[in-house]
Design a binder for this molecule. Sequence first.
Ligand SMILES: [Zn+2]
Length: 145
Amino acid sequence: MSAAAGCPLCEGPGGRVVLQAPRWRLVHAQEAGLPAFYRVVWQDHVREFSDLPRDDRIACLDVVTTVEEAMLRHLHPAKVNLATLGNMVPHLHWHVIARFDWDSHFPGPAWGPAQRVADPARVRVIEAALPGLERELAARLRPSP
Ligand SMILES: [Zn+2]
């Protein structure tokens, strides 16, 4: 296990922990106006995706893909956004964000300027669907050593 001093993803979870596996964790980012914003965070402090061995790259993208599939089924978003940036926090993490045409930033990226205040009633509908989404993810991504 490698960690870097001062790294927020080494020193903290980076959101509400949904699943914790030996090599990765899934967290809910709790970003206002974006109710289904999750992150797959690699446990070790790894800077670039290509720094991972091939088996770990495959395992990581399998988690990302499983989250996307479950979002499509449970939340019916306009789009799912996948991104790994790391400009601010250079610790490998994938953003998996269900996007809706009414969300705070649509159609722009989640990191750009907000376009509107998301309708709280629509946000609540999505939030109400998250426990079902997360139960399915727990079943499908059952953390294994
Ligand atoms: Zn780190």
